[in-house]
Design a protein around this ligand. Structure first.
Ligand SMILES: Cc1cc2nc3c(=O)[nH]c(=O)nc-3n(C[C@H](O)[C@H](O)[C@H](O)COP(=O)(O)OP(=O)(O)OC[C@H]3O[C@@H](n4cnc5c(N)ncnc54)[C@H](O)[C@@H]3O)c2cc1C
Length: 478
């Protein structure tokens, strides 16, 4: 017997989906379960009308056709690890969760291309291609649980972006369904291709607002033969930033250059395998990969270049020391929670040369608002994770935190930076979007959105500043 909800629209849709071959467990209608599909890492949550769990592209098509018939909104979703509210639904919309579409369809060794469904977990793909001696470099810190579909639509990046680039640099092609249930195909396996508008790149970073991605072609590389991680300690952020610049100038090409400011260091100092000199203010974690000879040669150069400028330069001697270094970096986010009960986290990116100036301004801001601002992130690509630490239950601190965000974005944009290096705009930064882009540029972007989704039914309320309240998601944050 079919379970009935208290909503006739949901009941009619459920009947149609069951008739179309969906199994009961693919149709989530109970409120408590629906809510499980309406949260993300911003801690917002909202119960959608229903959540649907398609297992193949035909089922995606069926859902979109039915939603179009009923004029319902659609909110695509991967693992829900997004940091900008990109997947938060409204109460009158359907969540379409892609996590059951998790087949690695093909690993084409000859062309070095993997074809995958969107629900494949990033780390699982990396492991699988590793078995073929191949390498998929994008490494968001969430790789153990985030999906390739989510990575593509957020254009996710990680520490290795310095050398290899972000997810978008590896997307060769896509298959995607438009909101009306029609399929488009973009890109191909060719190394070069200049044939019409590059829709693949347009869909990368589109935050689920243009189409539902059902198949992805990803470029692979030969796996590096060797990798070595070093820790460099500096007496100031400026000295560390100059060191990054010097590495590039001297043709040292690390795969990763991560930085930890003094607040971050204090949070994980005890986790590091090395004792830091007392004068240490900023630490760089530098990883070099390639053939054994290249790694050896580049590390010699690194030692020579910083033998005087760094307070300490020490390389991990074995895999366990290397893992300990990275563990400390990965523990950073939870470790800073000891500083204050809450954090407001932004992921601004600035041109490399602007890093010291921006960090200095953030220090001043921290003094002005009397709240700690912890900075760490990807020194090699200018992507700084800025964490305002506060107790939101104190109304005064909460207000100072809100002011801080306005100022952080103002400092960033003045320095030629951008609101987001990797987490996207979603619904958390949409109010600031028109501070970064001029009205005509936004109008062109809105026209693109309209071409894909004329009735604004696909993931409404994301990226663009609100025009009317009716399409805003009914989310609650904390
Ligand atoms: C602990 C932690 C660490 C993180 N570290 C990083 C990091 O280092 N780098 C980084 O870039 N991000 C990081 N993130 C953020 C997040 O993991 C990434 O944005 C990731 O790409 C989201 O993937 P997801 O599968 O969770 O997508 P979701 O959060 O479910 O969705 C993200 C967006 O993609 C859309 N979407 C998902 N799948 C599809 C699809 N098939 N078709 C169309 N639209 C779709 C959704 O509508 C939404 O707008 C981190 C998050 C956490 C919690």
């Amino acid at each position: 017997m079919k379970n009935k909800s208290h909503n006739p629209v949901v009941d009619r849709l459920t009947d149609r989906l069951l008739d179309a071959g969906f199994h009961k467990e693919q149709i989530v209608t109970e409120e408590i379960l629906r809510t499980c599909y309406g949260y993300d890492a911003t801690r917002q949550s909202a119960a959608p009308l229903m959540a649907l769990l398609p297992e193949n592209e035909l089922q995606v098509k069926t859902i979109l056709k039915l939603a179009t018939e009923k004029n319902l909104k659609i909110f695509p979703r991967g693992a829900g690890s997004g940091m900008s509210g990109g997947t938060i639904p409204s109460s009158d919309g359907i969540i379409i969760s892609l996590t059951r579409m998790r087949r690695i369809i093909e690993i084409d060794e000859a062309n070095m291309i993997a074809t995958v469904e969107p629900g494949v977990v990033t780390g699982e793909l990396q492991e699988e291609v590793g078995r073929y001696g191949l390498f998929y470099p994008p490494d968001p810190a969430s790789l153990a649980f985030s999906t390739i579909g989510g990575n593509v639509t957020e254009n996710a990046g990680g520490p290795r972006a310095v050398k290899y680039g972000v997810t978008g640099n590896f997307v060769k092609g896509l298959e995607a369904y438009l909101i009306n249930g029609e399929k488009i195909t973009c890109g191909n396996k060719c190394v070069k291709s200049v044939s019409g508008y590059d829709l693949t790149s347009l869909l990368v970073g589109s935050e689920g607002t243009l189409a539902v991605i059902t198949k992805i072609l990803l470029k692979l590389l030969p796996a590096p033969e060797s990798v070595k991680t070093s820790l460099l300690a500096f007496s100031s952020m400026t000295a560390a930033a100059h060191a990054v610049n010097a590495m590039f100038k001297h043709q040292i090409n690390p795969s990763t250059i991560e930085f930890l400011d003094h607040h971050s260091l204090n949070a994980v100092r005890s986790e590091l395998p090395f004792t830091l000199p007392d004068a240490t203010d900023t630490v760089l974690l530098v990883e070099i990969d390639g053939s054994a000879a290249q790694v050896e040669n580049q590390n010699l150069k690194l030692k020579e270049l910083f033998k005087d400028a760094a307070l300490l330069l020490i390389a991990a001697q074995d895999e366990s020391e290397r893992e300990q270094l990275w563990l400390a970096r990965r523990k950073l986010s939870p470790a800073i929670a000891n500083i204050a009960p809450h954090k407001i986290n932004e992921d601004i990116a600035v041109p490399l040369a602007a890093i010291p100036e921006v960090i200095a301004k953030l220090e001043k801001l921290s003094q002005k608002i009397n709240l700690p601002i912890v900075c760490f992130g990807h020194a090699g690509d200018g992507n700084i994770h800025v964490n305002v630490m506060l107790d939101k239950s104190d109304p005064d601190q909460a207000e100072r935190g809100r002011t801080a965000i306005d100022e952080i974005f103002a400092i960033t944009l003045k320095a030629g930076g951008t609101l987001s290096g990797e987490h996207g705009i979603g619904n958390t930064k949409s109010a600031y979007f028109d501070k970064e882009w001029d009205p005509l540029t936004i109008a062109v972007m809105r026209a693109v959105k309209k071409a894909f989704d004329p009735d604004n039914r696909l993931n409404p309320g994301k990226i663009f500043p609100a025009e009317s309240s009716s399409s805003e998601p009914a989310a609650r944050g904390n």
